[in-house]
Design a protein around this ligand. Structure first.
Ligand SMILES: [Cu+2]
Length: 157
């Protein structure tokens, strides 16, 4: 009787394990969705001013600095909000943060940020999109750029 019970438990355990494994196999973690951004020529603007991702989706954000003017140094800073005042605050704080911080301020509204990309360089950052559907601003915080160099990430189902 003791042996039979043990066997029954072992079988149940094995079934449970198989079940767990099959669930994992059926739902592998999806690879991050890739978003590629570029500047608009040698202007202080992004060529793409809007992109859409799903809530909670892993996003690999790649910024290719295709500018060729030496002055066109950029980054991409994604915010937790689309509030204009917050964008302005982060833009100004970025200038104060300075080159050694890649002009990325230590601010609670910064959701993700790339380092600085000189002309011809490519930088990237991987992050998890917010669960909350809505609009999220991204901007370049290189000094003088944030006022015109920005866009919107939309989170939608
Ligand atoms: Cu810029």
């Amino acid at each position: 009787m003791h042996i039979r019970l043990t066997s029954a438990v072992a079988i149940l355990l094995a079934m449970g394990l198989a079940g767990a494994l099959s669930v994992q196999a059926a739902e592998p973690a999806p690879p991050p969705t890739k978003v590629i951004l570029e500047p608009k020529g040698n202007q202080m603007q992004f060529a793409t001013t809007e992109f859409t991702v799903e809530p909670g989706q892993k996003v690999r954000l790649v910024f290719e600095n295709t500018a060729d003017s030496p002055a066109m140094i950029h980054n991409v800073v994604l915010l937790t909000t689309s509030d204009e005042d917050v964008a302005q605050t982060v833009g100004q704080a970025g200038t104060n943060a300075g080159a050694s911080a890649d002009y990325i301020p230590d601010h609670e509204a910064v959701l993700a940020a790339t380092e600085i990309a000189e002309p011809g360089e490519t930088v990237e950052v991987t992050f998890t999109a917010p669960e909350e559907p809505g609009a999220y601003t991204y901007l370049c915080t290189y000094p003088g750029h944030w006022a015109t160099m920005k866009g919107t990430m939309r989170v939608e189902n």
